[in-house]
Ligand binder design. Structure first.
Ligand code: ATP
Ligand code: LTN
Length: 344
């Protein structure tokens, strides 16, 4: 049997895989949860799941080393507290599996500059950056492709902003398979219909983002009750008084979307709940629903000891590395990159 077929996981009996990650550039917020983590929690029971803290992606912009290492562990803790079950899913840190950086180099060699120049996330970051832009920021999507392709991933659950990166990942996989023989599973994006782009509370035309300069736009998963109330109280609204889902009124629609996802209600029931009520009531109700949602999550965060976390991450690294090594060995063979012993 051609090893490529096993590598591609095309056998009927093999469970399909998902892979996703968050970069530790700041504490997680509601957008990260509603656009990504919430779906990981649901999908982990149907797929063999790999969830990574992509710390090598975080150093593409200047960051304090102590902050980065502490945040990396905090995010791993939040994965577990948000409902990723380490008994059934693999949770690990990107830099613990050096094959990510190695595959990224090999993929770099068949990536065109023009493909990377087109990436909107790069263009936006480059615009924000005052000092000179590092080559790592430019090559960021290639490392992301390596993350995904190492695990022969079928599905990548992400928010809307990652769609373009996923398209590049697919293009790189297809090109490599064409030029060097079937090696990679070509992954599909999984972008939720609702919640794929939660907007900033301060500017409903911008996505909620951890690296936003305005801290009021973003509700953090670890915010305390008073902070949550204050942020929703200050949230920008649209003109008018109607509380209905309406694309021409992005601020109210964003608040209603958060309410819908946190309560699990149908859109019509959400609108019915707010009939005859004003914006102040909407903000107050939303704050209380958010606080009730965050309370158990924050309690679980406090319940995960440093030892538990170390165990989860070590187990995750071992499981992930076994698969990553097999894919990388095949890739190196296909490219003729061999060592003195004749093997890679
Ligand atoms: P940064 O501000 O550093 O770019 P971020 O807040 O955009 O960070 P990421 O680490 O880039 O978050 O994203 C982690 C996951 O959360 C990705 O799948 C991303 O698509 C998703 N995500 C991020 N922001 C949002 C948002 N506002 N709405 C929905 N999903 C989001
Ligand atoms: N680029 C993503 C983070 C990320 C990722 C990945 C997501 C890095 N590698 C692999 C899914 C799969 C972001 O900015 N959110």
């Amino acid at each position: 049997m051609d090893v490529g077929i096993v590598g591609l996981r095309q056998l009927e009996s093999m469970p399909k895989r998902i892979f996703s990650g968050v970069k530790p550039t700041g504490p997680l917020h509601l957008g990260n949860y509603l656009g990504a983590l919430r779906n990981w929690v649901e999908l982990q029971r149907q797929y063999e799941s790999f969830f990574c803290i992509v710390n090598l992606h975080a150093i593409t912009i200047p960051v304090d080393p102590d902050y980065l290492s502490a945040l990396t562990l905090e995010i791993a803790r939040l994965y577990v507290a948000a409902g990723i079950d380490p008994e059934i899913s693999t949770i690990f840190i990107q830099s613990d599996v050096p094959e990510h950086a190695e595959l990224a180099w090999i993929l770099n060699c068949s990536t065109r500059m023009s493909e990377l120049e087109r990436m909107t996330q790069y263009k936006e970051q480059a615009r924000k950056q005052r000092e000179s832009i590092g080559a790592g920021l430019f090559e960021y999507p290639v490392l992301m492709a390596a993350d995904i392709l190492l695990y022969q991933t079928n599905l990548v659950p992400v928010g809307e902003d990652q769609k373009q990166h996923l398209e590049l990942t697919r293009d790189l996989a297809i090109r490599f398979n064409r030029d060097y023989g079937e090696t990679f599973q070509v992954p599909e994006p999984y972008i939720p219909k609702v919640g794929a782009r939660i907007m900033s509370l301060s500017d409903p035309l911008k996505k909620m983002s951890k690296s936003d300069d305005d801290p009021n736009g973003c509700v953090m998963l670890l915010d305390d009750a008073d902070t949550v109330r204050r942020k929703f109280k200050r949230a920008v609204t649209d003109s008018g008084t109607q509380i209905k889902f309406d694309d021409s009124r992005p601020a109210i629609t964003n608040l209603l979307t958060i309410y819908q996802l946190l309560t699990g209600k149908a859109p019509a029931d959400v609108e019915a709940h707010f009939t005859g009520k004003g914006y102040t009531q909407l903000k107050q109700d939303l704050a209380e629903v958010t606080i009730e949602f965050l309370r158990p999550l924050q309690e679980r965060v406090r319940g995960i000891s440093a030892d538990d976390l170390r165990g989860i991450l070590e187990h995750g690294r071992n499981k992930a590395q076994g698969i990553a090594r097999a894919t990388l060995a095949q890739v190196m063979t296909r490219r003729g990159v061999v060592g003195a012993s004749g093997s890679n």
